[in-house]
Design a protein around this ligand. Structure first.
Ligand SMILES: Nc1ncnc2c1ncn2[C@@H]1O[C@H](COP(=O)(O)OP(=O)(O)OP(=O)(O)O)[C@@H](O)[C@H]1O
Ligand SMILES: [Mg+2]
Length: 385
């Protein structure tokens, strides 16, 4: 199956160098602009490599609780360096370097340190699809919020800043509420925190509504394709602040702030009793439904969860392209074994032809005669072409 590449894409990871990262001592690999296949037995370093690529894009791992875990055992520090081309970079190719001793991380663009980690986000954009992503469909709202937030943060520096500020205000407001327990409430300070919270909540909600308005129809289209037109996926924003418009993407985001103000007033007693902010974007959710069947979170079968998660991830690839002009790097970690042949073909034929792709698998045979694929073998923390 040779894939027709639709266009010349600008964002390419040409090369990676790892030093004392996870089970890699010293590794240098050059990648194909198209599809890169990493095969090998279990526990050899396939996911570790995808983790390093993800790190170059987002400055943090998708699975390590702490950077300390990324430093090779018995070593002092790790280094991950990527050489990339893309319109966002000042020179072609540019290098992103991430050094960490496990507690302090330094990020460099072409040798110059970045001021903060979030300045990295949005350069080497990435979409990862791993078996754990099934949780997006069935698990708690935080998984769905995170799915959308990581996507949008890579699309817009404004969204990134708004989300960062909202989270900071939320933390401080919670601290204030906790501090008021059992005391006479400082009304002026509460009003000031409410204003700040509402201001950034409004912006975060606006960003999410906007992104979702683009993402939802694409996800539906992919879902119809992967499910062979059997089922239709509806994606909408779900917020306690907007109960009347549960299934719509239309509610004007500017009304969100007004609704939040009213809700904070209504919840004041409960918030002060618990020392916790009980409404806002940090409590919202994405609602995934199949008409006539109800919410997937409640009713989805394993297969339906897989199809919906796949459709959402493929839609995220398109959303990033739509909002930034760049297709993200696509990382597929061991997901092929999760799918039946029908879904496997849908995934490979659509997404593989769009963007630079990195696939880990224990079953490389299906790719070996594909001229679009560069084959790598991963063994004991070493990658060989
Ligand atoms: N900080 C570290 N230092 C040294 N080795 C590590 C470190 N962190 C993880 N490893 C090792 O890396 C290996 C796991 O690598 P990885 O998760 O990439 O496996 P994989 O090839 O993706 O396997 P699978 O097919 O099972 O998913 C394990 O053997 C683990 O012990
Ligand atoms: Mg793995």
């Amino acid at each position: 199956m040779a894939t027709q590449f639709r266009e010349c894409h600008s964002l390419i990871l040409k090369k990676i160098e790892l030093r004392n990262f996870r089970n890699y001592v010293r590794q240098s690999s050059e990648f194909s602009e198209r599809v890169n296949i990493f095969s090998g037995a279990n526990a050899q370093g396939k996911t570790n490599l995808l983790e390093a690529i993800y790190l170059l894009a987002l400055g943090k791992s998708f699975r390590a609780g702490h950077d300390r875990e990324l430093v090779r055992h018995d070593c002092q520090a790790f280094s991950v360096q990527g050489m990339l081309t893309g319109d966002v970079f000042p020179v072609q190719p540019s290098t992103i370097t991430i050094n960490s001793d496990g507690s302090r991380k330094k990020i460099f663009l072409n040798g110059t340190p970045l001021r903060k980690q979030t300045d990295l986000v949005g350069m080497a954009k990435v979409v990862l699809f791993a078996p754990e992503d099934l949780q997006i469909v069935k698990s708690a709202p935080s998984f769905r919020r995170q799915f959308l937030d990581i996507g949008l943060a890579q699309c817009s520096s404004i969204y990134r800043d708004d989300l960062y500020r909202y989270t900071a205000v939320l933390t401080q407001r919670n601290r204030f509420l906790k501090d008021q327990i059992g005391k006479r409430v400082d009304r002026n300070e509460l009003a000031a925190w409410n204003d700040q919270l509402i201001k950034y909540a409004n912006r975060v909600a606006a960003g999410r509504y906007h992104g979702l308005a683009i993402l939802a129809p694409i996800a539906s289209r992919y879902h119809a394709m992967v499910s062979n037109q059997r089922e239709e996926l509806h994606v909408s924003y779900k917020s306690a602040l907007n109960p009347a418009s549960k299934s719509s993407l239309e509610p004007a985001a500017e009304t969100y702030g007004h609704a939040l103000a009213a809700k904070l007033h209504e919840l004041e007693y409960a918030e002060l009793a618990r020392g916790l902010t009980l409404a806002g974007p940090h409590r919202d959710d994405l609602m995934l439904t199949i008409p006539d069947q109800g919410e997937l979170r409640v009713y989805a079968s394993q297969g339906q969860s897989r199809t919906a998660a796949l459709a959402l991830k493929m839609a995220l690839v398109e959303l990033i392209k739509e909002m930034t002009g760049d297709y993200p790097l696509l990382l597929l970690d061991d997901v092929l074994s999760e799918f039946d042949n029908e879904r496997k073909s849908a995934l490979l034929e659509t997404v593989m032809g769009i963007t630079q792709t990195f696939i880990t698998t224990t079953d490389p045979e299906r790719f070996s005669d594909n001229p679009d694929c560069k084959m790598f073998r991963v063994e004991g923390g070493a990658i060989q072409e």
